[in-house]
Ligand binder design. Structure first.
Ligand code: FDA
Length: 289
Protein backbone atom coordinates (compact mmCIF):
# COMPACT_ATOMS: atom_id res chain seq x y z
CA UNK A 1 0.00 0.00 0.00
CA UNK A 2 2.78 2.40 1.00
CA UNK A 3 4.89 2.10 -2.15
CA UNK A 4 1.79 2.14 -4.36
CA UNK A 5 0.40 5.28 -2.65
CA UNK A 6 3.71 7.16 -2.57
CA UNK A 7 4.28 6.67 -6.28
CA UNK A 8 0.71 7.15 -7.53
CA UNK A 9 -0.55 10.56 -8.67
CA UNK A 10 -3.85 9.93 -6.82
CA UNK A 11 -1.97 9.34 -3.56
CA UNK A 12 0.09 12.48 -4.04
CA UNK A 13 -3.04 14.51 -4.69
CA UNK A 14 -4.73 13.13 -1.56
CA UNK A 15 -1.67 13.83 0.60
CA UNK A 16 -1.40 17.43 -0.59
CA UNK A 17 -3.94 18.48 2.07
CA UNK A 18 -1.44 17.69 4.84
CA UNK A 19 1.91 17.66 2.99
CA UNK A 20 3.31 20.88 1.52
CA UNK A 21 4.87 19.26 -1.55
CA UNK A 22 7.32 16.67 -2.72
CA UNK A 23 10.34 19.02 -2.97
CA UNK A 24 12.17 21.46 -0.69
CA UNK A 25 11.35 24.25 -3.10
CA UNK A 26 7.62 23.61 -2.75
CA UNK A 27 7.94 23.53 1.04
CA UNK A 28 9.87 26.83 1.03
CA UNK A 29 7.18 28.35 -1.12
CA UNK A 30 4.47 27.20 1.34
CA UNK A 31 6.58 28.57 4.24
CA UNK A 32 6.91 31.92 2.55
CA UNK A 33 3.14 32.06 2.14
CA UNK A 34 2.59 31.17 5.82
CA UNK A 35 5.14 33.81 6.90
CA UNK A 36 3.19 36.35 4.87
CA UNK A 37 0.07 35.36 6.84
CA UNK A 38 1.95 36.08 10.08
CA UNK A 39 2.84 32.50 11.00
CA UNK A 40 6.25 31.03 11.77
CA UNK A 41 7.12 27.62 10.37
CA UNK A 42 8.97 24.46 11.29
CA UNK A 43 10.07 22.44 8.27
CA UNK A 44 10.05 18.65 8.33
CA UNK A 45 11.56 16.51 5.56
CA UNK A 46 9.34 13.46 5.88
CA UNK A 47 10.98 10.14 6.60
CA UNK A 48 11.54 7.80 9.52
CA UNK A 49 13.14 4.48 10.42
CA UNK A 50 15.99 4.64 7.90
CA UNK A 51 17.97 1.42 7.68
CA UNK A 52 21.37 2.48 6.37
CA UNK A 53 24.10 4.92 7.32
CA UNK A 54 24.16 6.20 3.75
CA UNK A 55 20.44 7.10 3.90
CA UNK A 56 20.84 8.78 7.30
CA UNK A 57 23.78 10.92 6.14
CA UNK A 58 21.90 11.86 2.97
CA UNK A 59 18.98 13.03 5.13
CA UNK A 60 21.42 15.01 7.29
CA UNK A 61 22.68 16.78 4.15
CA UNK A 62 19.12 17.62 3.13
CA UNK A 63 18.52 19.21 6.55
CA UNK A 64 21.75 21.20 6.20
CA UNK A 65 20.38 22.50 2.87
CA UNK A 66 17.08 23.34 4.55
CA UNK A 67 18.83 25.42 7.23
CA UNK A 68 20.87 27.18 4.53
CA UNK A 69 17.80 27.90 2.40
CA UNK A 70 15.90 29.30 5.39
CA UNK A 71 18.77 31.71 6.10
CA UNK A 72 19.21 32.63 2.45
CA UNK A 73 15.54 33.45 1.97
CA UNK A 74 15.19 35.12 5.37
CA UNK A 75 12.29 32.88 6.35
CA UNK A 76 10.85 32.78 9.83
CA UNK A 77 11.35 29.02 10.13
CA UNK A 78 13.30 26.34 11.96
CA UNK A 79 13.53 22.57 11.39
CA UNK A 80 12.06 19.45 13.00
CA UNK A 81 13.58 16.00 12.56
CA UNK A 82 13.16 12.44 13.77
CA UNK A 83 16.06 10.49 15.25
CA UNK A 84 15.10 7.28 13.42
CA UNK A 85 15.36 9.32 10.23
CA UNK A 86 18.96 10.16 11.20
CA UNK A 87 19.94 6.52 11.65
CA UNK A 88 19.12 5.93 15.34
CA UNK A 89 18.30 2.28 14.60
CA UNK A 90 21.49 1.82 12.59
CA UNK A 91 23.99 3.42 14.98
CA UNK A 92 22.98 5.91 17.72
CA UNK A 93 26.47 7.47 17.80
CA UNK A 94 26.33 8.15 14.08
CA UNK A 95 22.82 9.62 14.48
CA UNK A 96 24.10 11.95 17.21
CA UNK A 97 26.98 13.04 14.99
CA UNK A 98 24.59 13.84 12.11
CA UNK A 99 22.14 15.73 14.32
CA UNK A 100 24.98 17.43 16.21
CA UNK A 101 26.33 18.89 12.95
CA UNK A 102 22.89 20.35 12.27
CA UNK A 103 22.53 21.88 15.73
CA UNK A 104 26.03 23.35 15.39
CA UNK A 105 25.11 24.79 11.98
CA UNK A 106 21.90 26.24 13.48
CA UNK A 107 23.92 27.85 16.28
CA UNK A 108 25.94 29.83 13.72
CA UNK A 109 22.90 31.20 11.90
CA UNK A 110 20.62 31.91 14.84
CA UNK A 111 18.29 29.01 14.11
CA UNK A 112 16.95 26.01 16.01
CA UNK A 113 16.61 22.24 15.63
CA UNK A 114 13.66 20.38 17.17
CA UNK A 115 14.00 16.65 17.83
CA UNK A 116 10.50 15.28 17.27
CA UNK A 117 9.40 12.56 19.69
CA UNK A 118 8.62 9.08 18.36
CA UNK A 119 7.31 5.94 20.10
CA UNK A 120 8.16 5.28 23.77
CA UNK A 121 11.12 3.07 22.86
CA UNK A 122 12.94 6.26 21.87
CA UNK A 123 11.84 8.63 24.65
CA UNK A 124 14.84 8.37 26.97
CA UNK A 125 17.36 8.39 24.11
CA UNK A 126 15.72 11.46 22.56
CA UNK A 127 15.62 13.39 25.84
CA UNK A 128 19.23 12.47 26.65
CA UNK A 129 20.51 13.38 23.19
CA UNK A 130 18.69 16.72 23.30
CA UNK A 131 20.35 17.46 26.65
CA UNK A 132 23.82 16.70 25.29
CA UNK A 133 23.34 18.69 22.08
CA UNK A 134 21.83 21.62 23.96
CA UNK A 135 24.77 21.65 26.38
CA UNK A 136 27.31 21.43 23.54
CA UNK A 137 25.84 23.74 20.87
CA UNK A 138 22.74 25.48 22.23
CA UNK A 139 19.75 25.58 19.88
CA UNK A 140 18.25 22.11 20.34
CA UNK A 141 14.88 21.28 21.83
CA UNK A 142 12.50 18.36 21.85
CA UNK A 143 8.87 17.29 22.15
CA UNK A 144 6.97 16.05 25.18
CA UNK A 145 3.88 13.86 24.87
CA UNK A 146 1.13 14.46 27.45
CA UNK A 147 -0.13 10.86 27.17
CA UNK A 148 3.01 9.41 28.81
CA UNK A 149 3.11 9.12 32.62
CA UNK A 150 6.82 9.98 32.65
CA UNK A 151 6.34 13.30 30.85
CA UNK A 152 5.72 15.40 33.98
CA UNK A 153 9.18 14.46 35.27
CA UNK A 154 10.82 14.84 31.88
CA UNK A 155 9.41 18.35 31.59
CA UNK A 156 10.98 19.35 34.92
CA UNK A 157 14.26 17.81 33.78
CA UNK A 158 14.27 19.78 30.50
CA UNK A 159 12.99 23.08 31.88
CA UNK A 160 15.67 22.91 34.58
CA UNK A 161 18.26 23.13 31.79
CA UNK A 162 16.40 25.85 29.87
CA UNK A 163 15.56 23.47 27.01
CA UNK A 164 12.68 24.49 24.80
CA UNK A 165 9.75 22.07 24.75
CA UNK A 166 6.98 21.46 22.25
CA UNK A 167 4.08 19.92 24.14
CA UNK A 168 1.74 17.62 22.20
CA UNK A 169 -0.71 14.89 23.20
CA UNK A 170 1.21 12.07 21.48
CA UNK A 171 0.57 10.25 18.22
CA UNK A 172 1.81 6.68 18.73
CA UNK A 173 0.06 3.59 20.07
CA UNK A 174 1.32 3.05 23.62
CA UNK A 175 0.39 0.46 26.30
CA UNK A 176 -1.61 1.45 29.39
CA UNK A 177 1.47 0.66 31.50
CA UNK A 178 3.19 3.72 29.97
CA UNK A 179 0.43 6.07 28.82
CA UNK A 180 -3.00 7.26 29.93
CA UNK A 181 -5.45 5.04 28.05
CA UNK A 182 -8.34 7.53 28.26
CA UNK A 183 -8.45 10.69 26.22
CA UNK A 184 -10.00 12.67 29.07
CA UNK A 185 -6.89 12.00 31.19
CA UNK A 186 -4.55 12.88 28.34
CA UNK A 187 -6.39 16.17 27.83
CA UNK A 188 -6.30 16.94 31.58
CA UNK A 189 -2.58 16.21 31.76
CA UNK A 190 -2.01 18.34 28.65
CA UNK A 191 -3.58 21.41 30.25
CA UNK A 192 -1.69 20.92 33.51
CA UNK A 193 1.67 20.49 31.76
CA UNK A 194 1.00 23.31 29.30
CA UNK A 195 0.46 25.72 32.19
CA UNK A 196 3.71 24.55 33.77
CA UNK A 197 5.61 25.18 30.50
CA UNK A 198 3.96 28.55 29.87
CA UNK A 199 4.98 29.95 33.25
CA UNK A 200 8.50 28.45 33.21
CA UNK A 201 10.28 31.37 31.56
CA UNK A 202 11.45 28.98 28.81
CA UNK A 203 9.91 29.65 25.39
CA UNK A 204 7.69 26.63 24.65
CA UNK A 205 5.30 25.55 21.90
CA UNK A 206 1.76 24.42 22.67
CA UNK A 207 1.08 21.96 19.85
CA UNK A 208 -2.61 21.13 19.62
CA UNK A 209 -5.69 21.79 17.47
CA UNK A 210 -7.99 21.24 20.43
CA UNK A 211 -10.06 24.40 20.52
CA UNK A 212 -11.27 23.94 24.10
CA UNK A 213 -7.71 23.54 25.34
CA UNK A 214 -6.51 26.51 23.29
CA UNK A 215 -9.27 28.67 24.79
CA UNK A 216 -8.27 27.57 28.29
CA UNK A 217 -4.60 28.36 27.64
CA UNK A 218 -5.46 31.79 26.25
CA UNK A 219 -7.57 32.49 29.31
CA UNK A 220 -4.76 31.32 31.59
CA UNK A 221 -2.14 33.44 29.77
CA UNK A 222 -4.34 36.51 30.09
CA UNK A 223 -5.08 35.85 33.77
CA UNK A 224 -1.35 35.42 34.52
CA UNK A 225 -0.52 38.49 32.41
CA UNK A 226 1.93 36.48 30.32
CA UNK A 227 3.22 38.46 27.37
CA UNK A 228 1.83 37.08 24.12
CA UNK A 229 5.37 36.26 22.96
CA UNK A 230 6.18 34.16 26.05
CA UNK A 231 5.07 31.00 24.19
CA UNK A 232 3.53 30.01 20.85
CA UNK A 233 0.78 27.78 19.55
CA UNK A 234 1.84 25.15 17.04
CA UNK A 235 -0.35 23.36 14.52
CA UNK A 236 0.07 21.04 11.58
CA UNK A 237 0.00 22.16 7.96
CA UNK A 238 -3.53 21.87 6.59
CA UNK A 239 -5.20 21.21 9.96
CA UNK A 240 -7.63 23.82 11.37
CA UNK A 241 -6.37 26.60 9.11
CA UNK A 242 -9.32 28.71 10.31
CA UNK A 243 -8.09 28.47 13.88
CA UNK A 244 -4.49 29.21 12.87
CA UNK A 245 -5.58 32.44 11.17
CA UNK A 246 -7.89 33.44 14.02
CA UNK A 247 -5.09 33.10 16.58
CA UNK A 248 -2.76 35.26 14.48
CA UNK A 249 -5.49 37.86 14.18
CA UNK A 250 -5.82 37.92 17.97
CA UNK A 251 -2.07 38.52 18.29
CA UNK A 252 -0.95 35.07 19.49
CA UNK A 253 2.19 33.47 18.11
CA UNK A 254 1.50 30.57 15.74
CA UNK A 255 4.01 28.17 14.18
CA UNK A 256 2.93 25.74 11.48
CA UNK A 257 4.61 22.36 11.09
CA UNK A 258 5.27 22.02 7.35
CA UNK A 259 6.11 18.48 6.23
CA UNK A 260 7.28 17.73 2.70
CA UNK A 261 8.90 15.00 0.64
CA UNK A 262 8.09 11.75 -1.12
CA UNK A 263 8.06 9.64 2.07
CA UNK A 264 4.71 11.01 3.24
CA UNK A 265 2.74 7.81 3.81
CA UNK A 266 3.27 7.07 7.56
CA UNK A 267 2.78 10.76 8.49
CA UNK A 268 -0.37 10.99 6.39
CA UNK A 269 -1.80 7.79 7.88
CA UNK A 270 -1.24 9.12 11.44
CA UNK A 271 -3.24 12.24 10.53
CA UNK A 272 -6.12 10.08 9.21
CA UNK A 273 -6.03 7.81 12.26
CA UNK A 274 -6.24 10.81 14.58
CA UNK A 275 -9.41 11.96 12.94
CA UNK A 276 -11.14 9.32 10.84
CA UNK A 277 -13.56 12.01 9.58
CA UNK A 278 -10.59 13.20 7.50
CA UNK A 279 -11.01 10.19 5.23
CA UNK A 280 -14.49 11.38 4.27
CA UNK A 281 -13.33 14.98 4.10
CA UNK A 282 -10.48 14.11 1.72
CA UNK A 283 -12.64 11.88 -0.44
CA UNK A 284 -15.30 14.61 -0.81
CA UNK A 285 -12.70 17.23 -1.75
CA UNK A 286 -11.00 14.83 -4.12
CA UNK A 287 -14.13 14.23 -6.12
CA UNK A 288 -15.21 17.87 -5.92
CA UNK A 289 -11.91 19.02 -7.45
P1 FDA B 1 -7.15 15.91 19.41
O1 FDA B 1 -6.62 14.73 18.64
O2 FDA B 1 -7.65 15.68 20.77
O3 FDA B 1 -8.25 16.62 18.54
C1 FDA B 1 -8.91 17.80 18.96
C2 FDA B 1 -9.52 18.47 17.75
O4 FDA B 1 -8.47 18.93 16.89
C3 FDA B 1 -10.35 17.56 16.86
O5 FDA B 1 -11.67 17.48 17.32
C4 FDA B 1 -10.25 18.25 15.53
O6 FDA B 1 -11.12 19.35 15.47
C5 FDA B 1 -8.84 18.77 15.53
N1 FDA B 1 -7.89 17.82 14.90
C6 FDA B 1 -6.96 17.07 15.52
N2 FDA B 1 -6.26 16.32 14.63
C7 FDA B 1 -6.77 16.60 13.44
C8 FDA B 1 -6.48 16.17 12.12
N3 FDA B 1 -5.52 15.27 11.86
N4 FDA B 1 -7.23 16.67 11.11
C9 FDA B 1 -8.19 17.59 11.36
N5 FDA B 1 -8.50 18.05 12.57
C10 FDA B 1 -7.82 17.57 13.60
N6 FDA B 1 3.10 13.77 18.11
C11 FDA B 1 4.14 13.02 18.55
O7 FDA B 1 3.94 11.93 19.08
N7 FDA B 1 5.43 13.47 18.39
C12 FDA B 1 5.71 14.66 17.84
O8 FDA B 1 6.89 15.04 17.72
C13 FDA B 1 4.63 15.48 17.40
N8 FDA B 1 4.83 16.70 16.85
C14 FDA B 1 3.74 17.53 16.59
C15 FDA B 1 3.94 18.83 16.17
C16 FDA B 1 2.86 19.69 16.01
C17 FDA B 1 3.10 21.10 15.58
C18 FDA B 1 1.54 19.22 16.26
C19 FDA B 1 0.35 20.13 16.13
C20 FDA B 1 1.34 17.93 16.64
C21 FDA B 1 2.42 17.05 16.79
N9 FDA B 1 2.22 15.74 17.16
C22 FDA B 1 3.32 14.98 17.55
C23 FDA B 1 0.89 15.11 17.04
C24 FDA B 1 0.11 15.17 18.34
O9 FDA B 1 0.69 14.31 19.28
C25 FDA B 1 -1.36 14.75 18.12
O10 FDA B 1 -1.38 13.44 17.64
C26 FDA B 1 -2.13 15.62 17.16
O11 FDA B 1 -1.76 16.97 17.26
C27 FDA B 1 -3.62 15.52 17.43
O12 FDA B 1 -3.93 15.94 18.74
P2 FDA B 1 -4.62 17.35 19.11
O13 FDA B 1 -3.92 17.87 20.28
O14 FDA B 1 -4.55 18.24 17.92
O15 FDA B 1 -6.07 17.07 19.53
Amino acid sequence: MRSFSESSPIGKRMSSRFVAGMTLDEALHASDELNRQGMAVTLDALGESVLSEEHARRTGKLYAQMLEAIALRGLNANVSLKLTQMGMDVDPLMAEEVVGELVEQASHIDNFVRLDMEGSGYTEATVAMTERLHAKFGPAGTVMQAYLYRTEQDIERLLGQGIRIRLCKGAYKEPASLAFPDKIDVDGNYVKLAKRCMTSGVFCGMATHDEKIIEELKRFATEKKLPKNAFEFQMLYGVRRDLQRALVKQGWGVRVYVPFGPEWYPYFMRRLAERPANVLFLAKNFFRN
